[in-house]
Write a protein that binds this ligand. Structure first.
Ligand SMILES: Nc1ncnc2c1ncn2[C@@H]1O[C@H](COP(=O)(O)OP(=O)(O)OP(=O)(O)O)[C@@H](O)[C@H]1O
Length: 217
């Protein structure tokens, strides 16, 4: 479902360009979970941004469900992001003026896939039922993180891209949220690509890819 084929990405440096990704390839099918690990600065977030269509590769190919990101304009990539891809980043990016229930439903409504029963089930399993009429600022960090996960999964994306989604939580809450996220991803048969620094998180995933010196090993 996700094919990353020999991608390259450089950024301008003070003297010479910095070659962050130097021919990285990976594949991810629906129902698979893949941890993306590597030292700080190894290019994990860069790769995730490229797959999310938030930036463009210098060379190589990224395809999601057969659609080549490079062949699409900005509008096409935004459409694909809305319909097939869910993002869970460290910053929750909740909408402050919307109540929790509307934050959770937001992505699904945008994608035209709002399903009341599924949203209610997700809300319950994420332990948020008592908080649906609140605004994000009234919630703790861990609760806001669960809202962000609910918002992504309510839309049933084919591909979930996550950057340290439990990085800001204490280890017990983080473990519970991760286990729930893995269950929900498995049930929706999404593919999950997750950047993490945590060995515990990486070992809970089906496979792992390590970025080192611009390559996937
Ligand atoms: N927009 C940008 N402009 C210039 N350099 C960038 C840009 N984005 C990333 N870089 C550089 O690319 C390299 C990889 O950064 P990236 O954030 O992808 O690493 P990472 O593996 O996610 O790191 P961390 O684990 O610390 O989050 C770094 O050297 C960074 O300085």
């Amino acid at each position: 479902m996700l094919v990353v084929d020999d991608i390259r990405k450089s950024f301008p440096g003070a003297e010479a360009p910095v070659d962050v990704l130097r021919g990285v390839s990976l594949r991810l099918d629906r129902g698979e979970t893949l941890a993306l690990v590597g030292e700080s600065g190894s290019g994990k977030s860069t790769l995730l941004h490229l797959v999310a269509g938030l930036d463009r590769v210098d060379a190589g190919r990224i395809a999601i469900d057969g659609a080549d990101l490079a062949q699409m304009g900005d509008a096409g990539r935004a459409r694909l992001r809305r319909s097939a891809v869910g993002l869970v980043f460290q910053q929750f990016n909740l909408i402050p003026s919307l109540k929790v229930a509307d934050n959770i439903a937001f992505q699904a409504r945008l994608a035209g896939r709002h399903d009341t029963a599924w949203t209610a089930e997700l809300t319950e399993r994420l332990g948020l039922t008592a908080h649906t009429a609140k605004y994000p600022e009234e919630l703790s960090g861990g609760q806001q993180q669960r809202v962000a996960i609910g918002r992504t999964l309510a839309a049933r994306p084919a591909l979930v891209l996550a950057d340290e989604p439990t990085g800001n939580l204490d280890s017990d809450t983080g473990a519970r949220v991760l286990a729930l996220m893995l269950d929900l991803v498995a049930e929706t048969e999404a593919g999950l690509l997750m950047v993490t620094h945590s060995e515990r998180v990486a070992s809970a995933m089906g496979r792992r890819v390590t970025l080192e010196a611009g390559q996937a090993i």
